[in-house]
Design a binder for this molecule. Structure first.
Ligand SMILES: Cc1ncc(COP(=O)(O)O)c(C=O)c1O
Length: 438
């Protein structure tokens, strides 16, 4: 029965509960979630009988090698993956390789980049980008990032010299780089563009897949990426000569009949290549995964949209810059702060709410890595650093102060495509609770 005394007691209890829920968990209040929320690896969340069937077929036919095997039928998994990948990425040719790093080395070799050449890349990206340039004997030159966490087009031009042959437009953490500004700079100076889509497989820019804009593009299909066979990579291009050189480089310098058939008669001859052939087990799994790519992308974008919608109206909110908001994967949502101290406070508060957030991830500030700063290579006479320019170039923190500053001021939740509405509601609730009090 509701009398005045009961009513007042209930109201007081409700207010107390609301206050407890409102009190920050870091100060002893009730956390938004009981247990921590963590994003998971995308590809394996979608593994089912389709991947199993692909693997079984390879076991049953005894044809694990991409070019030939027992029986009358040729192995078709890697080749079919290449054809469907090229179509999905709206490029003429695709080459499957063993990793994104192998794809980078292959693309650099296809472009014929080597000693004496310079390559501009962002100061914030993965080791593979720098390593591929150095392993080709060329010289990496860093440019700063902007608040998209991708290469800052404004910083590119000042890094161009007569030796610059390539700009690496890396689409980091699901966010396409600013191609509308990068491509004209490259065109103006007669420099090629490679898109590194390793961290943005399935993202698009102004309505077309990332990777379909540059001279050549690479993708990674390793565990942290949108689709995965554990390891794997791909190179795409519209240029038949680049495809031929890529195919040759990835297979010791020769051109195999299935690719020769695609190209018509090859124009390049043998040259020294490596061995980055993908096997049919991986090809089969990647084919099954590729056929799910659109679903995975739609799912993670839907989760991203819920988080963005839930926090957009917060007074003063500042988000990572998105050159094409409709095209990003939304695999993470980043909030910016005016200082590292505030950003770190935000991270501590969110962790206490059991909705941990992280700084930008999946890359490193390359110029500050000791082995890069000290130009440590396979051999002391490595051609990248023995030229006058190679000896003179300085890496280290002094070459990327803006990159270091930007990355110290952003943090946010990583998302996965199978997070539930409850999960994204918790992310929104925790940010709304914490952000105004950072
Ligand atoms: C931007 C970027 N490029 C290239 C790679 C290399 O890919 P993989 O790990 O498949 O060699 C990665 C891997 O994380 C990456 O993040």
């Amino acid at each position: 029965m509701v009398n005045r005394r009961n009513f007042l007691a209930a109201a007081a209890a409700a207010t107390g509960a609301a206050q407890a829920a409102d009190e920050l968990a870091i100060q002893g209040g009730k956390p938004v979630r009981e247990t921590p929320l963590h994003a998971r690896f995308f590809g394996p969340l979608y593994y089912d009988e389709k991947e199993r069937q692909q693997l079984n077929e390879v076991v049953e036919t005894g044809r694990p090698f991409r070019w030939y095997g027992p029986g009358n039928q040729p192995p078709m998994k890697v080749l079919t993956f290449e054809q469907e990948f090229a179509a999905r990425m709206q490029s003429r040719y695709a080459l499957a390789v063993t990793s994104g790093t192998a794809a980078l080395q292959t693309a650099v070799a296809a472009l014929g980049i080597g000693p004496g050449d310079e390559v501009i890349l962002p100061a914030w990206t993965w080791h593979s980008c720098f390593n591929a340039v150095v392993l080709a004997g060329a010289l990496p030159v860093f440019a700063e990032i902007d608040e998209s966490f991708n290469i800052d087009p404004e910083d590119i031009e000042s890094k161009i010299t007569p030796q610059t042959k390539l700009i690496m437009a890396v689409h980091l953490q699901g966010n396409p780089a600013d191609l509308d500004r990068i491509l004209p700079i490259a065109r103006k100076h007669g420099i090629r563009v490679m898109e590194d889509c390793a961290q943005s497989v399935g993202a698009s820019y102004k309505g077309r897949p990332v990777g379909s804009y540059g001279d050549i593009a690479i993708y990674s299909l390793q565990l942290n990426k949108t689709i995965s066979a554990g390891e794997g990579g791909a190179v795409v291009t519209n240029d038949p000569l680049l495809f031929e050189r890529a195919s040759r480089f990835h297979d010791l310098g020769g051109l195999r009949p299935p690719h020769e058939k695609e190209l018509g008669r090859g124009k390049a001859g043998w040259f020294i290549g490596s061995q980055f052939r993908l096997n049919e087990f991986s090809g089969g799994v990647l084919l099954a995964q590729l056929r799910k790519l659109d679903r995975i992308v739609a799912d993670v974008r839907a989760n991203g949209a819920r988080v963005y919608e839930g926090i957009r109206d917060l007074p003063g909110i500042r988000l990572r810059r998105l050159p094409d908001p409709a095209g990003e994967l939304a695999s993470a949502v980043f909030l910016g702060f005016d200082s590292k101290a505030r950003r770190d406070r935000f991270m501590a508060m969110m962790k206490a709410e059991n909705v941990p957030v992280g700084p930008p991830g999946g890359s490193v500030i390359l110029p500050t890595q000791p082995h890069i700063e000290n130009k440590v290579t396979v051999h002391p006479a490595w051609p990248s650093f023995t030229s006058e320019r190679g000896r003179a170039i300085q890496y280290g923190a002094a070459c990327c102060p803006r990159t270091i500053d930007i990355l110290s001021r952003f943090a946010g939740p990583s998302l996965d495509p199978k997070m539930t509405r409850r999960d994204t509601d918790d992310i929104v609730a925790a940010i709304r609770k914490v952000y105004p009090r950072v």
